[in-house]
Design a protein around this ligand. Structure first.
Ligand code: SME
Length: 155
C-alpha cells in the first residue's frame, strides 16, 4: 500500500526545525527509514568533490564511499540529474552492491540553482519496491528537505 505522502510531508516539515543541512539530512534519512516500509538503507551522498559523491548522513549498514559520477545508480542520477528508479539492481550492470540484500533502489538528485548538491538514495530488499507513486511522493519529500534547509553551493 502506498503511504500517505501528504501526511509524511507535513510530519517532515514539522521535524525540520533548523536550517542546518547536517541536522536536517540526518533527521530526514532517519525519518524515511522509520516511516517507509521495506527499506534497508536510506541516506545522502554529497557532491563535495568534483565528479564524486561522498557518503553523508545515512541509516543502515556502512556503505560504499566514494562513488564516482561514472559508476552505479547514484552516479547515473548525478550525471543525468534525473531520478533513477530501479526495480531490480541485479539487472544494472554497473550497480555498486554495498549490501547484497538490496534489490530495488531509488535515487533522487538534489539540485540547487543548477548545481548538484547531492543525492538521496533509498535501498530496499524487495524487488520492484518503488512504484511511480512512491517516486513522486519521495521527490516531494526531498522538496520539503530542500525548502527547509540552507543548501550552500559546493564545487
Ligand atoms: N547501490 C548504489 C550505491 C550506494 S548504496 O546502495 C548505499 C549505486 O549503485 O550507486
Amino acid at each position: 500500500m502506498t503511504p500517505d505522502y501528504t501526511l509524511l510531508d507535513r510530519q517532515l516539515e514539522a521535524l525540520l526545525d533548523t536550517r542546518d543541512w547536517l541536522t536536517n539530512s540526518a533527521q530526514t534519512c532517519a525519518f524515511l527509514m522509520q516511516e517507509l516500509p521495506e527499506l534497508n538503507w536510506a541516506g545522502f551522498y554529497l557532491h563535495r568533490k568534483p565528479q564524486t559523491l561522498c557518503l553523508g548522513p545515512f541509516q543502515g549498514k556502512p556503505a560504499c564511499h566514494p562513488i564516482p559520477f561514472a559508476k552505479g545508480v547514484c552516479g547515473a542520477a548525478a550525471r543525468t540529474l534525473t531520478t533513477q528508479r530501479i526495480d531490480d539492481v541485479h539487472a544494472v550492470a554497473d550497480h555498486i552492491a554495498c549490501d547484497a540484500a538490496s534489490r530495488a533502489e531509488l535515487v533522487v538528485p538534489i539540485v540547487v540553482e543548477d548545481h548538484l548538491w547531492g543525492v538521496l538514495d533509498l535501498d530496499s530488499p524487495v524487488m520492484g519496491r518503488f512504484s511511480e507513486q512512491d517516486q513522486a511522493g519521495i521527490e516531494t519529500l526531498v522538496g520539503v528537505f530542500m525548502t527547509r534547509t540552507d543548501l550552500m553551493a559546493r564545487p
